[in-house]
Design a protein around this ligand. Structure first.
Ligand SMILES: Cc1cc2nc3c(=O)[nH]c(=O)nc-3n(C[C@H](O)[C@H](O)[C@H](O)COP(=O)(O)OP(=O)(O)OC[C@H]3O[C@@H](n4cnc5c(N)ncnc54)[C@H](O)[C@@H]3O)c2cc1C
Length: 403
């Protein structure tokens, strides 16, 4: 029997991870990425929790990520007054022997680690290939057409093309667009923070300001990495730009101003920073149609959580492994896609909902500036963090079963 070939659109987290998972499942693929290299907000950083790391482990890709990331063990909450309102172990920490605890790394570093690992496994990644359309022949073969005039053929097409997915609208022209959450996430890196303001090693310091929320942690070299959830409507690309020193300073000063009336160290942490990135925060509560004929979406293309729960990348990684298992174990592409959706939809939509709830809390409404001793972001996380994919177990017929 001829080996199936998958066209993967998008070389982000889901794209590289799907290619590796398919490779493990014995299915060939090629990755087609729009940008000449990486993603445009690759300067930001992210956290991978235990569930995402364990999903990486199912295809033996976790070491590549562990090698280039650093751990966190605890979370400290600070009020806008600067008073500590509690320190606790980070959710999904390394309490159990052999467990993978949360890891922080730059998005660009994660991309590079996954790309290098995929290439090491003989995956082809083509850059400068922006999908514009796709046709499915009566026999199910797909032709993807790219903006540079080239095309590629495969037996199936997997849209890992992120939040503003073209594949999603090719599958369902009526698919809803992402919703702006009313926040702009700004992040940056501060090489020298006064010791009294810097978070202790291994700690995420979360500061609930009166007008915005700041989270920060210290990298092993002492540089403080921070993100701020700031209130604001959707901005266009020019407004979000931070490429020139003036643009970068404008966003930095804006964030400093949001914390300037607080007595917390937030403004001090942001003041000396560099490498600023500003991003619209979106989510997508429900994409009604995930697949049609030989095309499917996964990762942010199918479901996008607001950044607050820090789970979007882990969901994309889990999706990739589960889809590869379905394609490995079920005879038809359409059957595999249906099974994939039944295994994943409830979980990812619950994560989107959880993030949306947090979103309402991290940027306080005017009357809501008192610190909360306990946040619901870490309570009741077992269903989220304890999710495991058993690579060796075949995907069964029972809809709704665990992957
Ligand atoms: C500010 C912020 C902070 C976040 N923090 C965290 C965090 O701490 N932890 C976490 O788990 N998640 C976090 N997330 C969410 C996480 O970044 C996403 O869920 C994750 O990147 C989704 O991966 P993906 O591969 O599906 O999409 P993406 O990473 O967006 O990759 C999509 C890829 O497709 C390419 N592409 C797009 N269109 C086309 C096209 N037409 N043709 C070809 N290629 C195309 C893009 O260039 C890109 O490389 C955060 C998100 C934001 C915005």
């Amino acid at each position: 029997m001829r080996q199936r070939h998958a066209l993967i659109i998008g070389g982000g987290i889901a794209g590289a991870m799907t290619a590796m998972s398919l490779h493990r499942a014995g299915i060939s693929s090629s990755v087609h990425e729009a940008y000449p290299s990486g993603a445009d907000d690759a300067g930001a950083f992210l956290v991978l929790f235990r569930n995402g790391l364990e999903a990486l482990r199912t295809v033996d890709a976790h070491r590549a990520v562990l090698d280039v990331s650093f751990p966190a063990e605890r979370v400290e909450m600070l009020a806008h007054t600067g008073d500590s309102v509690g320190v606790r172990p980070v959710a999904g920490g390394t309490g159990t022997t052999g467990a993978l605890g949360p890891r922080t790394l730059r998005r660009a570093t994660l991309h590079r680690a996954l790309h290098d690992e995929a290439i090491r496994r003989s995956v082809t990644i083509e850059h400068g290939k922006r999908l514009v359309s796709a046709d499915t022949a009566p026999d199910g073969r797909v032709t993807a057409r790219f903006a540079d005039g080239s095309c590629a053929e495969g037996d199936l097409l997997i849209g890992a093309d992120g939040l503003h997915s073209v594949t999603r609208t090719l599958i369902d022209p009526g698919a809803p667009a992402p919703r702006h959450t009313g926040q702009i996430t700004v992040c940056g890196y501060t090489p020298e923070v006064p010791p009294e303001a810097a978070p202790p090693p291994g700690t995420y310091r979360m500061i609930q300001g009166r007008r915005a929320f700041l989270g920060c942690t210290a990298a092993p070299d002492g540089e403080v990495w921070w993100f701020a959830n700031t209130p604001g409507g959707e901005r266009d690309r020019e407004e979000l730009a931070t490429g020139t020193p003036a643009e970068s300073a404008r966003w930095r000063d804006h964030v400093v101003s949001l914390f300037s009336e607080d007595a917390s160290p937030a403004a001090e942490i942001v003041r000396g920073s560099r490498g600023i990135v500003a991003t619209n925060a979106y989510d997508m509560a429900r994409t009604p149609v995930w697949h049609r004929a030989s095309m499917v979406v996964l990762g942010d293309a199918a479901h996008a959580a607001a950044p607050n729960a820090a789970q979007g990348a882990s969901m994309a990684i889990e999706d990739s492994v589960v889809l590869a298992k379905c394609l490995r174990d079920l005879p038809g592409v359409s059957e595999a896609f249906t099974r994939f959706e039944s295994l994943r939809r409830n979980r990812v939509e619950a994560v989107v909902e959880r993030s949306a709830r947090l979103n309402d809390r991290v940027v306080p409404r005017p009357a809501e500036t008192r610190p909360r001793a306990r946040r619901d972001d870490d309570s009741g996380s077992d269903w989220l963090l304890d999710y495991r994919i058993d690579w060796g177990a075949p995907v069964g017929d029972d809809a709704g079963a665990r992957a």
